[in-house]
Design a protein around this ligand. Structure first.
Ligand code: UDP
Length: 468
């Protein structure tokens, strides 16, 4: 019998960080049954229901160990969710180290695979003579920016958003300073300091797994591999996405509603697991959807002035009460509004869905791509703005509505872009290019596909590893 290869996996709190690393782990043990994985799970307060339900899907050769939850009240108040995630990991480091020591006392650990927010745990892997890997749940372009950040920090004085020329990261589409990730928008903030620390910490890894595939980001991946100042090995293993999301109360209602709509007619509107809009923006979006005359399925949240208000929080308010007066009645034949959550993967795979207005979280992008659904970009936080640039300027599979001087996307602009995507000439070209990407994504995951081969290469490296 083949000897067992032991791997420790450290996800970080937040549904969209947990899902891809979990799916990667499931794929790994499915393709390599002689692997045994242990998930070491930090959490901020009790794990939310969607994360708990997800972890229940782990197969028997993946164990999970829940660390003592970090209490939100013990952490400083932070506007940006990345700070809370980072602090949760930092506060969990002693318990992570304890678990790792106890695991290695039973059997040697070939590798530690940590989410990017858990980069500090790479040092433990080195102490324990294991290989250290980062699982990067974003694009190769976002990773390139991450690794480029210390250089940018040295070369640029003042705020990036004030730069007049676009930033040229090797192998990537040019990027305006205002489209850099949210923490880089204020260089004096704690979020920026922590972002920079993460980007420096990443370079100590033996390898970085990226949730992308070579056919989509070949130039960017090549530039990463050819960088002479970087000794990291890169492993594009994606697209790795949720398999059939957990259907909640309103899940079957939206699928039933979609069953009764014409093919490709519905625009799906969603801002990820926790994105929120201001009250003014909710009003404009509602009126813009109505004005477009197109069918829509909108996953709506109660408004907030913080764009990531619901990311690590439970939602209590009924979002429907914040819609413009008479809107639900006037649009009852045109669309459906569901509160807070929809079974996104099933929605996107439904034949009635013809477009996705998305906040451009990386998981949402990959899920849309795997179903060949073209996008309207509506970035809110994290690295979503640069994802939007990649989709519109690079891959040309999305349209990006204009934001006015007050930071609002107005109803007329919304209606115009929706019509253009759903029934315009521009939309046609975008749809064709998205269909091509769908095919190459499927190819990457076939038995002889690029990502499957990369995964096998990685697995044999881990299998043959006999300690540093
Ligand atoms: N999601 C879902 N239903 C929803 C909203 C989100 O299933 O109503 C899932 C979605 O399919 C994706 C994840 O939550 O897998 C969101 O991840 P993404 O990276 O797009 O955005 P984030 O939540 O990090 O902002």
């Amino acid at each position: 019998m083949a000897k067992t290869t032991h791997i420790a996996v450290i996800p970080s709190p937040g549904f969209s960080h947990l899902v891809p690393i979990t799916e990667f782990s499931k794929r790994l043990v499915q393709q390599h049954p002689n692997f045994h994985l242990t998930f070491i799970i930090p959490s901020l307060g009790p794990p939310p229901n969607n994360s708990k339900a997800y972890l229940e899907t782990l197969p028997s050769n993946i164990d999970s160990i829940f660390l003592p939850a970090i209490n939100k009240e013990d952490l400083p108040k932070a506007e940006y969710p990345g700070i809370l995630i980072q602090l949760t990991i930092t506060h969990s480091l002693p318990s992570i180290q304890k678990v790792l020591k106890s695991l290695t006392s039973k059997a040697p650990l070939s590798a530690l695979v940590a989410d990017v927010f858990a980069f500090q745990t790479l040092a433990f892997a080195k102490e324990l003579n294991s290989l250290s890997f980062i699982y990067f749940p974003g694009s190769a372009m976002a990773l390139s920016l991450f690794l480029y950040m210390p250089k940018l920090d040295q070369e640029v004085s003042g705020e990036y958003k004030d730069l007049t020329k676009p930033i040229q990261i090797p192998g990537c589409v040019p990027l305006l300073g205002q489209d850099l990730p949210a923490p880089a928008q204020d260089r004096s903030s704690d979020a920026y300091k922590s972002f920079l620390e993460r980007s420096k910490g990443l370079s100590t890894a033996d390898g970085v797994l990226i949730n992308t595939f070579s056919e989509m980001e070949s130039g960017t991946i090549r530039a990463l591999e050819e960088d002479e100042n970087c000794n990291i090995n890169f492993y594009p293993v994606g697209p790795i996405t949720q398999k059939g999301s957990t259907i909640k109360e309103n899940g079957s209602e939206c699928l039933r509603w979609l069953d009764n709509q014409p093919p490709n007619s519905v625009l799906y509107v969603s801002f990820g697991s926790g994105g929120t809009l201001s009250q003014d923006q909710v009003n404009e979006l509602a009126l813009g959807l109505e004005l477009s005359g197109q069918k829509f399925l909108w996953v709506s949240r109660a408004p907030s002035n913080s764009v990531s208000a619901a990311y690590l929080d439970t939602e209590n308010d009924d979002p429907l009460q914040f819609l413009p007066s008479g809107f639900l009645d006037r649009t009852k034949e045109q669309g459906l509004v569901v509160p807070s959550w929809a079974p996104q993967v099933q929605v996107l795979s439904h034949s009635s869905v013809g477009g996705f207005l998305s906040h451009c979280g990386w998981n949402s992008i990959l899920e849309s791509m795997q179903e060949g659904v073209p996008l309207i970009t509506w970035p809110l936080f994290a690295e979503q703005r640069m994802n939007a640039v990649m989709l519109t300027d690079g891959l040309k599979v999305a349209l990006r509505p204009k934001v006015n001087e007050d930071g609002i996307v107005e109803k007329k602009e919304i209606a115009k872009v929706i019509k253009s995507l759903m029934e315009g000439v521009e939309g046609k070209g975008i749809r064709i290019r998205m269909k091509d990407l769908k095919d190459s994504a499927a190819n990457a995951l076939k038995e002889d596909g690029s990502s499957t081969q990369t995964m096998s290469k990685l697995a044999s490296k881990w299998e043959n590893f006999g300690g540093i």
